[in-house]
Design a protein around this ligand. Structure first.
Ligand code: NDP
Length: 241
């Protein structure tokens, strides 16, 4: 057992979520791992870990995973609302079903995730919510229309939550990465958009590692509770837009 508090991560089965779960686990925290691909969560084989098959669109499933993990490891002190999909596409040809999916996962899913732990954090007057946005939540791209909409949502909600929760000593940190090497492009079904993205990525010398994002989140978390890094905006140096 460990005396460090429990941390929870949605979308822990790959990419930034997986790297962040590994970083907090290596720092001695028990971890609640949530994603749809539970086999991937279990294969990580982390100590003091609970893996739960959770779709962030299912508010009750997140709440129940949190309850179960808290019964075993104590209260969640950090929740990383990370799960997301990037169905980037030219809006002129994008099927509306792709908007529905992104809006449900990237916006409502993030709210469901924050909701599962917010009241407990307010009662305890401590805790950290880490909200996954994107550089696409700070500026728009013409072939990321609805994805940008979902990430602007995360920025707006995070800033409002930060203001609201500051009185309860609960920290809200928004993460806004540029191009990070993960499985995120598997969600891009529009072949022309995918080709353009990849060409741009080559021009900037490739994306950067998810472990760099994870380490920054861990460093920000490890500051004293009265010190808040409000936003981590991290891009490859050569990413100009
Ligand atoms: P990955 O595709 O590697 O990871 C996405 C994660 O989200 C997976 O673990 C996936 O798990 C999970 N996920 C997706 N949908 C759901 C769902 N409905 N319920 C639960 N989990 C879900 O990509 P990244 O690591 O890059 O993406 C993580 C976050 O980072 C996303 O919000 C993305 O928008 C954001 N981001 C990524 C950037 C990048 O360049 N990589 C840049 C800026 C932001 P599973 O399929 O098993 O459910």
């Amino acid at each position: 057992m460990t005396d460090k508090p429990l941390v929870a991560v949605t979308g822990a089965s790959s990419g930034i979520g997986e790297a962040t779960a590994r970083a907090f686990s290596a720092a001695g925290h028990p971890v609640l791992l949530m994603a749809r691909r539970i086999d991937r969560l279990q294969a990580m084989n982390l100590p003091n870990a609970m893996s739960r098959q959770v779709d962030v669109r299912d508010r009750a499933a997140i709440a129940s995973a949190v309850q179960e993990a808290e019964a075993q490891f104590g209260p969640v002190d950090m929740m990383f609302a990370n799960a997301g999909v990037a169905r980037l596409a030219d809006i002129g040809r994008q099927p509306p079903e792709e908007w529905d999916e992104m809006i449900d996962i990237n916006t409502k899913g993030v709210m469901n995730t924050a909701h599962a732990v917010m009241k407990g954090m307010m009662d305890r007057r401590r805790g950290t919510l880490v909200m996954m946005s994107s550089i696409a939540g700070r500026k728009v791209y013409p072939d990321h229309t609805v994805y940008c909409g979902t990430k602007f949502f995360v920025h707006a909600v995070s800033e409002s939550l930060r203001e609201y929760l500051s009185a309860y000593d609960v920290r809200v940190l928004v993460v806004s990465p540029g191009v990070i090497e993960t499985e995120v492009l598997s969600g891009v079904l529009d072949q022309q958009t995918l080709a353009n993205y990849k060409a741009n990525k080559v021009k900037m010398g490739g994306g950067i590692g998810a472990d760099i994002v994870a380490d920054l989140i861990l460093n920000a978390y490890q500051l004293p509770q009265n010190a808040l890094v409000q936003e981590i905006c991290l891009t490859p140096t050569r990413q100009s837009y």
